[in-house]
Design a binder for this molecule. Sequence first.
Ligand code: PPS
Length: 568
Amino acid sequence: MQIANHAPIPELYVSYESAQKLKKEAADLKSWDMTPRQICDLELLMSGGFHPLKGFLTQEDYTGVVENMRMADGTLWPIPITLDVAEAFAEGVELGQDIALRDQEGVILATMTVTDRWTPDKAREAEKVFGADDSAHPAVNYLHNHAGKVYLGGPITGIQPPIHYDFKARRDTPNELRAYFRKLGWRRIVAFQTRNPLHRAHQELTFRAAKDAAANLLIHPVVGLTKPGDVDHFTRVRCYEAVLDNYPTATTTMSLLNLAMRMAGPREAVWHGLIRRNHGCTHMIVGRDHAGPGKNSKGEDFYGPYEAQELFAKHQDEIGIEMVDFKQMVFVQERAQYEPRDEVEEGATILDISGTELRRRLREGLEIPEWFSFPEVVKELRRRYPPRSQQGFTVFFTGFSGSGKSTIANALMVKLMEMGGRPVTLLDGDIVRKNLSSELGFSKEHRDLNIRRIGYVASEITKNGGIAICAPIAPYATTRRAVREDVEAFGAFVEVHVATSLEECERRDRKGLYKLAREGKIKEFTGISDPYDVPANPELSLDTENTEVDHCAHQVLLKLEQMGLVAG
Ligand code: PPS
């Protein structure tokens, strides 16, 4: 049964007194520490955002949802809301048993009576729900590589909502939004779902959509989990707040939705509609490629551009919300204004900046014109994505003992400090072994641990805008690759192979270690009695045998300049 948009929606919380009591009792229950995605799902289950669901899906409901988007009783529901757990945990749960659901700090948020436990056919779920069993789809990747093997289902008793420390005043439950609409006398409300920063074209299209539908506007951005690689929600919310000032105050409001998106295109659009209906909206804007996951492993789109609109339209009455077409707005140069693309006069000059082009301009510190976005939004994005020459990065030297890594790394550090701008940290092999890894030896396991620690520190430095210079032997290619991945999540990783030959290192033998290694007095010595994987594709390879240290460091600087990491 659908609930009128101004009436309250059922929540799964018990009263305050019962919650206090239940919380104490629940401390003795077997408990499951939920993943970030499960916490998002639980919040919307408890608040009524996922109404009419009463808990994590049972097996029968799951099968119906996967196979034909319907619960066992026929209710439309397109996305499986499942509690995936580890096999070992599932084995210890009996049917009919209550379990406690905790957040990542151990706070009990709810209890669940486990009525169902089963091992799902994940390939089938991927095919039916996401359209293909292809791990290029973020939700399929999650399903196969992150989600537990077993699903538990059953009704939830809500104790308290997950705790949020950020943007508290901007988060509303469905009933809070319904009450707000009721108070303001808003009876027709268009929702705009988004996971991206809003620019002028979005402002124009949402404003126009609301005007066309003779409705008020709810900007309803997702701040739970979105597509990997998206602009983080902290930055986005600051951007949204700036854009909000550009709407007439009496017409528009914004609220943050702690949803874990699946990027399931058409099914996701239907799901978004149901969620918005529960939040008291009457209309929703659905655009081209709504909630699209990007390209599949063959480089093709997962869904057709209008599939989401078609599926939504088909179920519109049942969803209980009217679809508003997303009009693509473009800037017409001659008229210095935004117009729907299909209404632009022939021969007019259309200006547009794609997402890729915007990222390039941010990266290179290039101009982003006023017609494209609001100055406050651009300022926030520039703060978050400074040009490469202001971002953190890591230079990772690798090579034999005595190859000259430390000497060149030191020279590079001094040169970078002379240039100024960013803090520089040297993580030299010997220094790290003294301060971070003093308990470690030179077995493969210990060397890996040592390098992973260096990688972790370097990635933190990179994340926070500094320069990390690392200079360990780092003999294993796989470990170097893992460090590269850690660092590249936040900035550039520049691998420099100090390619001094073993013969030359041994000839120099500055610390007298090669002699001891040859005599067998030092075991597992790199190059003598332990392996060294020569880097296959380093950003730079240095020949120290015929080149001065100063020149080697200068070559690294030139490489950094070429990569745009330091200003030329
Ligand atoms: S690793 O493999 O990256 O963890 O090594 P690293 O932390 O860079 O430490 C290398 C320095 O330790 C000294 N040393 C040895 N090196 C290699 N193998 C063995 N068995 C060994 N035992 C001691 C050596 O002085 C290395 O210093 P560098 O600065 O590389 O010359």
